[in-house]
Design a protein around this ligand. Structure first.
Ligand code: SF4
Length: 241
């Protein structure tokens, strides 16, 4: 059967849908779409039901058209739609899905791990996005990155992450970079990341996890002190709890 844009949009795998959020796209009331599937396996990932195939196959999937209909019928309650995951850029149907939101006049924020620079550039140049939040998981070194995101990470994906950083810095879209402060990272790692990026940079605390006995508070204070002690150009750093 010949596919049209609407048919493709129906197939965006949506594993979660939050109807309203005040925090995910600051300054905007947004609905949040969580897509299924991810090409990373971050050590701190708290969304296994969106990442692991064995959990995805048993998880609830939201009907794409019904989700779009809800957004359409309630657009007066919203400023924006946030698309997150998982990793949304894995899906060929993403541009068609975003196009349906664009037609409603709602803003779009896309969260990404940066492994699909080609699609990012396409979406930016087609003016389909208003804001991109990109994870920079570690310093831009293959082995360090792999420690955080899992053993399937390779030099091709590393090059794609670097390309995506360059795209965000050069394409004139509003963006942020962000790093989750996993205990595998040290202060010099954060400093290395800072040397590779520009703009708004968010350091994200990991929520305390009793099972893993992670408590990042000492690390965060140290990061703040160290970073605050040196002058920084073209970058503004925030802590996000
Ligand atoms: S990129 Fe995000 S969704 Fe994917 S494994 Fe890492 S934390 Fe989980």
């Amino acid at each position: 059967m010949k596919k049209n844009k609407q048919t493709i949009a129906f197939k965006l795998p949506i594993g979660g849908f939050q109807k309203q959020s005040l925090i995910d796209y600051p300054g905007n009331v947004s609905a949040i779409i969580f897509t299924q599937g991810c090409n990373f396996r971050c050590v701190y990932c708290h969304n296994p039901e969106l990442v692991l195939q064995e959990q995805i196959k048993n998880a609830k999937r939201f009907n794409t058209e019904k989700t779009l209909n809800w957004i359409n019928n309630n657009q007066k309650l919203l400023d924006a739609v946030v698309i997150t995951g998982g990793e949304p850029t894995l899906h060929d149907s993403l541009p068609a899905f975003i196009n349906r939101i664009n037609q409603l006049g709602l803003k779009i924020k896309l969260d990404t791990n940066g492994t699909n620079p080609k699609l990012l550039k396409q979406l930016i140049r087609n003016k389909q996005l208003d804001y991109i939040a990109m994870d920079v998981k570690a310093p831009l070194e293959l082995l360090k990155y792999r420690e955080i995101v899992g053993e399937n990470f390779n030099s091709t994906l590393m090059a794609k992450v670097i390309e995506s950083i360059d795209i965000l810095k050069s394409e004139g879209i509003e963006y942020e970079f962000r790093t989750t402060l996993d205990s595998l990272l040290v202060i010099s790692d954060i400093e290395n990341i800072i040397d590779s990026i520009s703009g708004n940079y968010y350091l994200q605390l990991i929520h305390k996890d009793k099972d893993l006995q992670i408590d990042q508070n000492h690390f965060t204070v140290a990061v703040l002190k160290k970073i605050a002690s040196k002058p920084l150009k073209n970058i503004t750093i925030y802590i996000r709890e």
